[in-house]
Design a protein around this ligand. Structure first.
Ligand SMILES: [Zn+2]
Length: 365
């Protein structure tokens, strides 16, 4: 369908999160050993989740504008909004780090003086994205935010994530916007352990997560992890092989997500959209066509069950080219662009080579 609008939420406050890796780390033998090796190689490791990620996307979207995409900003999240998914003990600790530099977690999460402002803005823009689709201001929305959120648990930061943005947005939609059945789809290459934890026993949220199977970080997301208590059956994990590409992703969405959504009948859909499953990033083999195909499936579910109410929240993606073009591909489909047919990687090239060569070996008569 052509002529759809997408509100994209962005704010430069989020560029203020810029941890320095030279900061003394949590003391450990591994840390000493790694620093020793890096010193010997004269190689400077830099923090992979850096401000250039979102500014690269913004620049690419400015240079390759898509009709129907409108940039917006919004307010920071309030303490009360964050406290729906994080404990006050954790939030008080996080806010005490404002203006400081520190490592929060041994698995790569650090802060710079303006990080807390950036994180609270990211969560606020995820809320603004949800409000814009629920209030009917745009067909869909994309919160172009960082730091990412899906590894952040109720009581701790993990894996570059401070606040679980998509969970804050879902909890807000449930508490304030009248949404009672929220589908969260997480297609980042890493399992969304934080989101899973937060809604583990909550039947108002159906969590569907495709990811590179353990032992890939963070190591969770087995098939058997299906939720508990009232929430049993409302967590769906699809651990995938590292070689998985467009065909495998489309199959997971078509054969598992669509029937699950048909039974759950969501009234709002959120997507934790990571672009690290792209073949040029650190794991898996999706192409831009693959991102378009799974976006179209998600949009189809939103059209069928919830009048198209669909909001995306950025998660990972560290190769700046595939990250920028990946977001662009998703927005093209959301605004009504064409959806390509996907095939195994390499098949399209062989098909066009066959077309090129075949006439040479075929009689004209
Ligand atoms: Zn990731």
């Amino acid at each position: 369908m052509a002529g759809r609008t997408v509100n994209v939420f962005y704010d430069e406050v989020m560029l203020g999160h810029n941890p320095e890796v030279d900061l003394p780390y949590l003391p450990s033998r591994v840390e000493k050993r790694v620093r020793h090796i890096l010193d010997g190689l004269d190689f400077k490791w830099s923090y992979p989740e850096h401000p250039g990620r979102v500014s690269a996307i913004k620049t690419y979207l400015d240079e390759h504008p898509i009709p129907g995409v409108h940039f917006r900003t919004g307010p920071k999240a309030s303490y009360k909004q964050l406290a729906r998914v994080h404990t006050s003990a954790y939030l008080d600790y996080l806010f005490s780090l404002a203006g400081k530099r520190a490592w929060l977690d041994s698995d790569t999460t650090a802060v710079s003086p303006d990080s807390i402002d950036a994180a609270v803005m990211a969560a606020g823009l995820a809320i603004a994205a949800v409000e814009s689709v629920v209030n009917g201001k745009a067909g869909s929305a994309f919160a172009l935010v960082r730091p990412p959120g899906h590894h952040a648990e109720p009581v701790r930061a993990r894996g570059f994530c401070l606040i679980n943005n998509v969970a804050v947005a879902a909890a807000h939609a449930h508490a304030k916007l009248g949404c009672e059945r929220i589908l969260i789809i997480d297609w980042d290459a890493h399992h969304g352990n934080g989101t899973q934890d937060i809604f583990w026993a909550d039947p108002s949220v159906l969590f569907f997560d495709t990811h590179c199977a353990a032992p890939f970080y963070p190591g969770s997301g087995d098939l058997e992890e299906v939720g508990a208590g009232l929430g049993e059956g409302y967590t769906i994990n699809v651990p995938m092989a590292e070689s998985s590409g467009d065909v495998a992703f489309e199959k997971a969405f078509r054969d598992i997500l669509i029937p699950a959504a048909d039974q759950f009948k969501p009234d709002l859909i959120l997507v934790s959209a990571g672009f690290d499953p792209h073949r040029n990033d650190l794991a898996m083999n999706l192409t831009y066509d693959g991102f378009k195909a799974i976006t179209a499936i998600v949009q189809g579910i939103a059209d069928k069950h919830c009048k198209g109410k669909l909001a995306f929240v950025l998660e990972g993606g560290y190769n700046l080219t595939s990250l920028s073009r990946g977001v662009h591909s998703v927005l093209e489909v959301l605004t009504g662009g064409k959806v390509p047919k996907v095939s195994e990687i390499g098949i399209k090239e062989v098909e066009s080579a066959a077309e090129f060569h075949l006439s040479a070996f075929t009689d004209d008569e």
